[in-house]
Design a protein around this ligand. Structure first.
Ligand code: MG
Ligand code: ZN
Length: 222
């Protein structure tokens, strides 16, 4: 019985994810799911790339959080449409909640939608939101054992960002260990090192996003 209930939960999520992807495809919006633990630096990465990209791409943001609008307030200051998705204590975003956010965004006016997932290195990775791309973030302050400990976070990532690299000298974070572990989990994702506070590596992240935005929507803007 329990197994059946779990199966239904995932099935419902997968159905909603498929609907989300179809809607985004129809509107020509490229959707990115940004995943990582609490304090990995996801919002800071958004704050770094949105000002670089907002002149070339029409961007929107869905902010996932448990209880506050702190991150959405930071993103709102960048002048792009943002909707706060509150999970009411839930530890991950679901495709159904994202669906509600999509209804409130001006999708026809967007080229790219960035979804910041709830800060949690575990279960958000198990929920397809209907995104086209996944970016998984690991900060050096979390420790170099975390790639091996949370493989699901990195397994389906299209890009892996190692963040807060300016703090590495204060830690014993070993890039070789992490890179070796990540390569065992995911051979195809690019690995990018960033220092958002100094705008190092964030230009490369912006370029990565721009390169993956659908050509159709890029052409339709001209
Ligand atoms: Mg955040
Ligand atoms: Zn969860």
């Amino acid at each position: 019985m329990k197994i059946k209930v779990l199966k239904n939960v995932f099935q419902r999520n997968d159905n909603a994810a498929r609907e989300n992807r179809e809607l985004l495809d129809a509107r020509g919006v490229t959707c990115v799911n940004l995943l990582g633990g609490a304090g990995a630096g996801k919002t800071s990465l958004l704050e770094a790339v949105i000002p670089v990209l907002r002149d070339s791409l029409r961007m929107g943001v869905l902010e996932g959080d448990l209880a506050t609008t702190k991150d959405a307030t930071r993103v709102d200051a960048l002048g792009v449409p943002v909707i706060q998705l509150l999970t009411d204590g839930g530890c991950h975003l679901t495709a159904t909640l994202v669906q509600q956010g999509l209804r409130r965004l001006p999708l026809d006016g967007l080229d790219m939608l960035l979804i910041e997932n709830v800060g949690n290195p575990i279960c958000p990775a198990g929920f397809d939101l209907g995104e086209h791309l996944r970016i998984s973030v690991l900060s050096v302050t979390e420790g170099d054992d975390k790639a091996a400990k949370y493989p699901l976070l990195f397994k389906d990532a299209d890009l892996i960002v190692l963040s807060k690299c300016d703090l590495q000298p204060l830690t014993d974070f070993d890039f070789n260990t992490v890179t070796r572990d990540l390569r065992r989990i995911n051979r195809r994702a690019e690995i990018l090192q960033t220092q958002a506070r100094r705008a190092i590596g964030t230009e490369a992240l912006a370029t990565w996003l721009l390169d993956r935005c659908r050509p159709s929507s890029a052409a339709s803007r001209e």
